[in-house]
Design a protein around this ligand. Structure first.
Ligand code: C5P
Length: 234
């Protein structure tokens, strides 16, 4: 598909933790027939690799390009998207573990990590049209994307969704605790010096607090299709 620009069409979906970016991006990609790239999975894979190498957290900020090359994080294309590999293998449950989730933002503030993973993300373009989700997709990695979306939802709703996703109870205490974990992650992602989480200036912002999953997906797909139609009619 093309929107009149040179090369593949990119739809970026950024937003804070628990805003539903990845599930939304995956479904939008499926309906558009694009590949989906979950950039968070790359940051998680790099975190798993560093944890497995027993590098103390206090040294993560000092890891440089050369040090990172030993971790062998790769992106392997699949039919619908990409699989992240650590030393040639699927990292399995470690990718989404509580520890990886908590620690990933600390590795993600290292500029060499970001540079390395940004190159990976851009290389995914060689496989064609993409829907990508993350924190800096529209601002840094794909600043010329055809469509940029910024998803938000209230902190309480994001906590509720995260707990639901993990099959955990939805009582008030659990929601409060999850909200605390999510806001800590958001804070680290927003306050970092390199590629902080922020809404791209030209992004379509969608507050999904009171929207169904179907409604938000349909809205994004409709805008993407209108964009490509407009371009082909020119
Ligand atoms: O999206 P997900 O929760 O899987 O991301 C895990 C972590 O990876 C985030 O908390 C963030 O620190 C980092 N990340 C990032 N930039 C991206 C995607 C993820 O810094 N584009």
């Amino acid at each position: 598909m093309t929107d009149g620009r040179e090369g593949p069409l990119v739809v970026t979906i950024d937003g804070p933790a628990g805003s539903g970016k990845s599930t939304t991006a995956k479904e939008v990609a499926r309906r558009l027939g694009f590949r989906h790239l979950d950039s968070g999975a790359l940051y998680r894979a790099m975190t798993v690799a560093v944890m497995r190498a027993d590098i103390p957290e206090g040294e993560w900020d000092t890891l440089d390009r050369e040090a990172l090359s030993q971790f062998e994080v790769e992106l392997a294309p699949t039919e619908e998207g990409f699989l992240v590999l650590v030393r040639g293998k699927d990292p399995g449950e470690d990718l989404r573990s509580v520890e990886t989730t908590r620690l990933a933002p600390f590795l993600a503030r290292n500029r060499w990590v970001r540079q390395n993973l940004t190159e990976f993300q851009r290389s995914a373009l060689s496989f064609g049209d993409l829907v990508v989700d993350g924190r800096d997709m529209g601002t840094i990695v794909f600043p010329n994307a055809g469509l940029k979306v910024f998803l938000t939802a209230s902190l309480e709703e994001r906590s509720r969704r995260r707990l639901l996703q993990e099959g955990k109870p939805l009582d008030e205490k659990s929601i409060r605790q999850e909200a605390l974990r999510i806001s800590k992650r958001d804070e680290t992602d927003t306050d970092r010096a390199v590629a902080p989480l922020k809404k791209p200036m030209d992004a379509l912002e969608i507050d999904t607090t009171d929207l169904s999953f179907e409604t938000q997906v349909v809205r994004i797909v409709a805008v993407a299709l209108a964009l490509t139609r407009e371009a082909t009619e020119k």
